[in-house]
Design a protein around this ligand. Structure first.
Ligand code: C5P
Length: 403
């Protein structure tokens, strides 16, 4: 049994469908691998497997109803996510998938899935026409854009005699998907990555500053995703309202100069990802004391100076240049052209071009991006920022492998 799996906790949601019986086998296999399952049965699921058989196999009581959870004051849905490393929905019915996609929370299973801040895996199982219905297609796309992972459905003869995609994946395949999600791939083990994130603040005087609306969500997500692949990550963050990501060394800075200094101090690194929205200008000579508003006096004039370009500095050829340097570009028009120009101007290896025209990106949770490198353009569908981060981390790992 891989050490990484022993004692890991999976909350297993069993929803309705003839395939629900396979969850019993899954529970048995999870326990053989040292994984601790905690099962939640939906009303539909309970039509196909009994709470008793699930409880006996999992070695723990089964949770069925959000309102019956008296022992923890109705907080079972929070606890079932908080105490898990992963939430797996096996089988995931069309109905439960729809509820997840729309944020419904009228029973324990859907409430815990809405409250879950852990990775979620679904193993759909349903009739082929239900699977292929545009409603289900849209629900699946919506869940995947939020980072929900999926295994199956498999194609074959279904319980209702029809054939096509809709069969629950085989237990070993579901188990493999769970194990993969619980085991960081380690693709970036032994690598050091520097990530900049958030805005910078340039002081005007001791109380005022120039800044921008960057939330830092994307940069922080990239730092986390690189760490999940095993990299040692130094996150150099401007002032943001986000918690420091777990498993990452976070250096807090305010100004662009401080951000650059922190990046240079963190070298050497194999990877640098500049996701910060760096202030292009700073006040040339910030006042040492608060600028007073004198009655009748004219507004002060701010003399601005150019800030150093962190991305261009890190990407400059030399023996301390990280092997992969990634920049971000937010554009509203001629996105790819702009990104190509930036690639050349800054000397980086990859530019993640964000389409900010759709009113997404800044402060939002989803991102529409194109990856531009010397090799060409790779356009991704709209994805949640963590999903963009995970794909980018994988891409960086592939680029490093290819050297
Ligand atoms: O066109 P722009 O200079 O804004 O390019 C954006 C990219 O450059 C982003 O990756 C951003 O983090 C980086 N950048 C930087 N230092 C600056 C300005 C931008 O690292 N002073």
């Amino acid at each position: 049994i891989p050490v990484a799996l022993a004692g890991r906790r999976v909350t297993l949601v069993v929803s309705g469908g003839i395939a629900a019986y396979k969850s019993l086998e899954l529970v048995r296999r999870l326990r053989e691998r040292g994984i601790v399952p905690r099962c939640v049965l939906t009303r539909g699921g309970a039509q196909f497997v009994t709470p008793l058989s699930l409880a006996a196999l999992s070695g723990a009581p089964i949770s069925e109803d959000v309102f019956a959870a008296t022992e923890n004051a109705g907080m079972a849905h929070i606890q079932l996510s908080r105490e898990a490393d992963l939430v797996a929905v096996v089988p995931a019915s069309a109905d439960l998938i729809a509820k997840m996609a729309h944020g419904l929370a009228d029973d324990l299973a859907s409430a815990l899935l809405l409250a879950a801040d852990k990775p979620i895996l679904i193993a759909p199982a349903m009739n082929v026409r239900m699977w292929e219905h545009p409603a289900t297609r849209a629900n699946i796309a919506s869940l995947e854009s939020r980072g929900v992972r999926r295994v199956g459905p498999a194609t074959g003869t279904l319980a209702d005699g029809e054939s096509g995609p809709g069969r629950l994946s085989e237990v070993p395949d579901i188990l493999a998907a769970i194990e993969e999600m619980l085991t960081p791939s380690g693709r970036l083990k032994g690598r050091h990555a520097i990530v900049t994130s958030g805005p910078t603040q340039e002081p005007i005087d001791p109380v005022r500053y120039i800044s921008n609306r960057s939330s830092g969500k994307q940069g922080h997500a990239v730092a986390e995703a690189l760490a999940e692949l095993g990299a040692r990550v130094t996150l150099v963050s401007g002032p943001v309202a986000l918690a420091d990501p777990a498993g990452v060394e976070t250096v807090h800075v305010e100004t662009t100069q401080q951000m650059l200094d922190a990046c240079l101090a963190a070298l050497p690194a194999e990877v640098a990802v500049c996701a910060a929205a760096v202030a292009d200008w700073r006040v040339a000579a910030p006042a040492a004391s608060k600028i007073k508003k004198a009655a009748g006096a004219a507004a002060p004039r701010l003399d601005l100076a150019l800030n150093p370009d962190i991305l261009a500095t890190l990407a400059k050829p030399g023996n301390r240049r990280p092997r992969i340097v990634v920049g971000f570009a937010a554009e509203t028009e001629r996105l790819v052209e702009g990104a190509r120009a930036k690639l050349a101007a800054k000397g980086c290896d990859l530019v993640v071009a964000n389409d900010v025209s759709a009113g997404t990106t800044f402060g939002a949770d989803t991102n529409l991006v194109h990856l531009v490198s010397a090799k060409g353009v790779d356009s991704w569908p709209p994805l949640a920022k963590p999903a963009v981060a995970r794909r980018l981390a994988e891409k960086i790992a592939t680029l490093l492998d290819g050297e």
